[in-house]
Write a protein that binds this ligand. Structure first.
Ligand SMILES: [Zn+2]
Length: 326
């Protein structure tokens, strides 16, 4: 049986085509007119493990600078759908952080969301084979008060979103810090409320436990450190909580020393549901096909293991839950 190619973890606001980003930077005078695409690529893309967190934050700051009006988000969203269609993806869930995209130029959150929705709709119109969902992110680094604000925005726009994500610095901000600020969301009995949490990426298995037990996560972003905790792996297996694994990102962000040592294969062998994703194509210059190739050729996953991942990803999507009654 053919399983539709599904991607669950792809940050819209970190998925600029380098060519588009250069054009916008030149328009805004951030980059000189003479800069070649190759020179800009070597400046923007991370192709080797990062040397410091600052190196990554600097690139995110550049993404933020070009969000000078909502129209940029419309174009970005449209191009993102075109890109995943070119990768032959049939179901994708993009995610973005309202606080992040609106911050530098003080944009209106509603206007940003409308622009993203318009771009996604336009992309789907041109690529009717792609099923698109959108996840709303709150970034830990903006703090618990901001998280409550983003959760309200999410709950006020449940027709626009398929899920809610807690992302950012998990070492400085464990999940428990957000339990109280997210109460309105956590208490909601609306069936459309779905939570995924970036956890067990930079911090340990404890944070994955907290994501599930305190924040009701139905999926986990990365979750690599689950490999250290057999009881946790049992829970993930029993509750069918899918890990959104992003091999290139995990390597570049130094969560693993070498790609060969990635725990994804061992997680699958332990029966943990796992999906394969790109995370930030605008930062890593990667496609979903690149990630599949890494899993097969570098990590040594078998075809049967790949198929298991594809099935897990498709089953775990938030956007399809209503149709299947899952
Ligand atoms: Zn991510």
């Amino acid at each position: 049986m053919h399983i539709p190619q599904t991607e669950l973890h792809r940050h819209l606001d970190a998925s600029f085509r380098t060519r588009t980003l250069l054009e916008l930077c030149q328009e805004l005078g951030i980059e000189g007119q003479g800069t070649s695409l190759a020179a800009f690529e070597s400046k923007v893309l991370l192709k080797q493990p990062m040397r410091s967190l600052g190196e990554v934050l600097e690139k995110f700051a550049l993404f933020q600078k070009v969000f000078h009006r909502p129209e940029v988000l419309r174009r970005l969203a449209f191009e993102c759908v075109e890109d995943v269609a070119a990768e032959r993806t049939q179901a994708v869930e993009f995610r973005y952080a309202p606080s992040f995209v609106a911050e530098v130029h003080d944009l209106d959150w509603d206007a940003c969301l409308q622009a993203i929705q318009a771009g996604l709709a336009e992309g789907v119109e041109r690529n009717p084979g792609v099923d698109v969902g959108l996840i709303c992110i709150t970034t830990r680094d903006y703090g618990p008060e901001e998280a409550a604000k983003v959760a309200d925005f999410y709950l006020d726009n449940l027709d626009a979103f398929v899920g809610f994500d807690l992302a950012g610095n998990e070492v400085g901000f464990p999940c428990r810090v957000f339990e109280q600020p997210l109460q309105r969301l956590l208490r909601s009995d609306d069936r459309r409320v779905n939570v995924t949490v970036h956890a067990g990426e930079a911090a340990g298995a404890d944070n994955v436990w907290e994501a599930i037990e305190l924040l009701g996560a139905k999926r986990i972003g990365h979750g690599l450190r689950s490999i250290d905790d057999p009881k946790l792996m049992e829970l993930l297996r029993e509750r069918d909580i899918c890990l959104e694994i992003c091999p290139t990102s995990n390597w570049i962000c130094r969560c693993i020393d070498v790609l060969e040592a990635h725990p994804i294969k061992r997680l699958i062998e332990a029966g943990v549901p796992v999906s394969i994703n790109t995370d930030d194509p605008g930062l890593f210059g990667n496609t979903l096909a690149d990630e599949f190739a890494i899993c097969r050729e570098v990590i040594g996953m078998s075809e049967a293991q790949m198929q298991t991942c594809f099935a897990s990803a498709h089953r775990a999507r938030f956007s399809g839950r209503d149709e299947t009654g899952a």
